[in-house]
Design a protein around this ligand. Structure first.
Ligand code: 6LW
Length: 533
């Protein structure tokens, strides 16, 4: 059940525009150029920065958090760390405001080139207790940060939050003056709205518009809008809210897109308005392994109010392109059906490759067409920084394969290919040693009660020259995952087929991230031995 069943016309683009774990998109325009950032939680490098000129073809130009000492994710869960970032631009400077959850709180970073380098974080202690800050530059040059913060007084119910506004001094890079309550609870407190978050402010035709997500990031997700004649409020809700949701649609529709919300709006030079937002593509029920993804839809205006989806309207998988000069497809596609091959012949890892948490030592090298991982005694389940480098699973039906050279020195040494959601939910297909013999084996961790280094669920002897490459492949077919190996290229043998891959779903694994495919090397002792995946 793939979205590729729907074919775009020549004037169309495909949704999502950024497949796989690319949640909480924030967008800004500078002249003809658009920039977009996403949440990455405890993955490193963090906060990818994308560029486009047509809103449809996106190229990752860097990561805003790419130095190990910018933020410290410590031993945090994979869904802590950097939550929804917001990007803006003013007077030749780019700003990202963000929250490092359980790792320092709210901060701002700046850059003159959005590709980087980005500054070290400057902390914003006034925003303590809040998340999802967003910076708005008014026409008079004044700057304001709106964020999700605690409700007024005692919370009336679970999920009762509020939106707050405070002046920001761009020169001093700090918040100043009083904090003003803009929204308590949501657009209609009588209905006990939950999780008002991800706010942004923009200005149009004499109104300040405040738009935010409501309902939580799961199936009840939505986007609402309010407006005011002054930036500090009072903000009046649109009677037609929500302006985006999929929560009222029939659950059994084909190719469902659900959980839509967390939108940011941008105006093109020709006066079209577009919204980026997050949504998910389940393969059954509420099960999806690909995380929350970035979508694009036009904004229509009704009597001075913006709208993204009409009531009951399903988000389309294809839509007519924005009226912008079309770009050629980027070398690393983010949308549609694609396959990519990484030869590791560049000087650095491609910017979409990531590891769990920020590193404290250098354990990989790249060059001569290979990536070399140092096996270290840090397992996938250790809440550490294992020798793992991966990229996102971006399709419901997907395959990842690698050629590996590895000679295990002792029982427990392992190197291979993982499919991982977080420390507690993963598969690891590896070359290993068992009873003195070289084997290929599959391990799984399906929850915190499983041992941190997983449970073996299949193994097979590996004949042949131990110095020759072994080929490993993981295939996802919606909920089902298949695991193959080969000692001669293309001669695939199944090790295990039809394994329940729902352990990699957000529903089972929890949190805000998505599945990665990655290469991993583990050493059973503290003595390093070389591996060359
Ligand atoms: C984010 C919040 C949300 O901070 O989930 O979907 C949180 N929206 O706005 C994590 O992404």
């Amino acid at each position: 059940r793939s979205d590729e069943a729907v074919r775009p016309g020549p004037e169309d683009y495909r949704n999502p525009i950024m497949k796989g774990f690319y949640p909480d998109p924030s967008i800004t325009r500078v002249g003809d150029d658009y920039y977009l950032v996403n949440s990455t939680f405890s993955w490193f490098p963090g906060i990818p920065v994308f560029h486009s000129r047509d809103l449809v073809n996106w190229t990752q130009i860097g990561n805003a958090i790419d130095r190990p000492d910018q933020l410290d994710f410590g031993r945090l869960g994979m869904s802590r760390g950097v939550f929804a970032p917001a990007i803006s631009h003013h007077a030749d400077t780019f700003y990202i405001v963000n929250t490092c959850v359980d790792c320092g709180g709210n901060f701002v970073i700046t850059a003159t080139d959005p590709a980087g380098p980005w500054s070290d974080p400057i902390w914003l202690p006034d925003l303590e207790g809040g998340i999802d800050p967003s910076l708005f530059f008014d026409e008079d040059g004044s700057a304001w940060i709106v964020n999700n913060g605690p409700p007024v007084g005692t919370p009336l119910y679970e999920g009762h939050r509020a939106l707050w506004l405070q002046r920001f001094d761009p020169g001093a890079r700090r918040t100043v003056g009083p904090r003003t309550l803009l929204v308590n609870g949501g657009v209609d407190i009588a209905r006990k709205p939950v999780w008002i978050e991800g706010p942004h402010i923009f200005r149009k035709d004499g109104f300040y518009y405040l738009t935010a997500a409501e309902g939580g990031t799961e199936v009840n997700h939505s986007q609402v809008v309010l407006r005011s004649r002054t930036v500090t409020g009072p903000y009046v809700p649109f009677p037609g809210n929500p302006i985006l949701t999929q929560r009222d649609l029939a659950a059994d529709r084909p190719n469902p897109i659900t959980s839509a919300g967390h939108a940011d709006l941008v105006e093109t030079k020709t006066g079209e308005w577009w919204a980026t937002f997050l949504a998910v593509r389940p393969y059954e029920g509420d099960f999806y392994n690909t995380g929350r993804e970035t979508f694009l839809l036009p904004v229509t205006w009704e009597n001075g109010w913006p709208r993204i989806t009409a009531p009951g309207q399903a988000i389309p998988l294809t839509h007519r392109r924005p009226n912008l000069p079309a770009m050629t497809a980027p070398p690393v596609p983010t949308s549609g059906a694609f396959s990519v091959r990484e030869e590791f012949d560049g000087a650095a890892l491609p910017p979409n490759w990531a590891m769990m948490r920020n590193p404290r030592e250098r354990w990989y090298t790249i060059g001569d067409g290979r990536l070399s991982l140092q096996p270290r005694p840090v397992s996938l389940g250790a809440f550490g920084n294992p020798s793992l480098l991966g990229r996102r699973q971006q399709h419901l039906n997907a395959e990842a394969s690698t050629a590996l050279r590895f000679v295990p020195r002792r029982e427990g040494d392992e190197a291979g290919l993982a499919a991982i959601q977080n420390d507690e939910f993963w598969f690891f297909l590896s070359v290993s040693q068992k009873g003195g013999e070289r084997v290929v084996k599959l391990e799984r961790r399906a929850g915190g009660t499983d041992p941190a280094d997983g449970v073996e669920i299949a193994a097979a002897p590996l004949a042949g020259d131990p110095d020759a490459p072994v080929y490993l492949r993981i295939r996802a077919r919606g909920a089902e995952y298949d695991f193959f190996y080969a000692t001669r290229e293309g001669d695939w043998r199944p090790l295990r087929e039809g394994e329940d891959g729902r352990i990699l779903s957000t529903r089972v694994a929890g949190g805000f991230v998505g599945t990665f495919f990655g290469v991993h090397a583990f050493s059973a002792t503290t003595l390093p031995s070389p591996a060359r995946p």
